[in-house]
Write a protein that binds this ligand. Structure first.
Ligand SMILES: C[S@@+](CC[C@H](N)C(=O)[O-])C[C@H]1O[C@@H](n2cnc3c(N)ncnc32)[C@H](O)[C@@H]1O
Length: 270
């Protein structure tokens, strides 16, 4: 189980989407009424000062996951824009960006039906909505959005070239694609090539692996306590892998630099 989680992105294409759907449903079924987690990324903490954004008290418990969104959006202003997020997960980042960055509208899309239902019930924020959809076949008309946000999701997609073609299709001319995700160090040039082949130009970029490791370190105890109190023993190791706790394969690959974590501001090339 643990190794399935660790090597998810290397699994055969046909199994990845059903597995994600199952994983979401499982988390939601376990949660019952008390929601403790609306972010599912590894987090971001500043190297000099870990706290990189002022948060209201109710957002504090998910600080590092939200800071990942804050850094992704820091490349551009979202104010007054129509924003799409692909792979919005449990919606914490979408809610945060809508409340703090003031877009005209924000739509979160995810593969998971129960995940979307959870988001629409849990995040009651003006101008924010969630719809079910696949990154490789987005349910929107051409030229619908000014900005597209994608955080720690693209590595899961079986055919990333289809996703990039869809981003290009639904993004208005001059729009911005904010892509943040991990890749094995040797796969980063391939990602750049895939973006270029799709007709995109990387306007700005930053490698944030160390900030991710810092967040994993700071948040380790909270995650372990959460996992220990909510997850049956049999699944604790798999969940620890998913959460990137110290001692997990994921943590080791970030700490050693084998796995990198990149943040890109991408624009139409032509
Ligand atoms: C690691 S989670 C990150 C979620 C969220 N971005 C966050 O940072 O909290 C990856 C998300 O991508 C979604 N996902 C995976 N494949 C997808 C696809 N083909 N289309 C849309 N969403 C997908 C998963 O359902 C999951 O919610």
């Amino acid at each position: 189980m643990r190794s399935i989680v660790e090597n998810y992105a290397e699994l055969p294409r046909f199994i990845r989407k059903p597995l994600w759907r199952y994983w979401h449903s499982w988390i939601i079924a376990r949660e019952k009424k008390s929601v403790v987690m609306t972010c599912m990324n590894y987090g971001f903490a500043g190297l000099d000062a870990p706290k990189t954004v002022d948060l209201s008290p109710e957002d504090e418990s998910e600080r590092y996951g939200l800071q990942m969104y804050d850094q992704a959006a820091s490349w551009t202003s979202l104010e007054g824009k129509d924003v799409l997020e692909v792979g919005s997960g449990r919606g914490g980042g979408a809610s945060f960006l809508t409340r703090y960055r003031k877009p005209a509208s924000y739509v979160g899309v995810d593969l998971s039906e129960p995940g979307i239902r959870f988001c629409n019930e849990h995040h009651r924020v003006d101008k924010l909505r969630f719809v079910k959809g696949d990154a490789e076949a987005l349910p929107f008309a051409d030229d619908s959005f000014d900005a597209i946000v994608n955080v720690e999701s693209s590595r899961c997609y079986p055919r990333i070239e289809r996703f990039f073609a869809e981003v290009k299709r639904v993004l208005r001319p001059g729009g911005t694609f904010l892509l943040t995700d991990m890749r094995w160090k040797e796969d980063v040039p391939k990602l750049r090539g895939q973006l270029a082949n799709a007709g995109f130009f990387i306007d700005s970029e930053r490698e944030i692996r160390e900030d991710v490791v810092r967040a994993l370190d700071i948040d380790d105890e909270r995650k372990r306590t959460l996992i220990g109190s909510r997850i049956p023993r049999l699944f604790v190791a798999a969940f620890g892998e998913f959460a990137g706790v110290r001692g997990s394969g994921r943590y080791a690959s970030f700490a050693s630099g084998r796995m990198e974590y990149w943040s890109f501001k991408v624009v139409h090339a032509g």
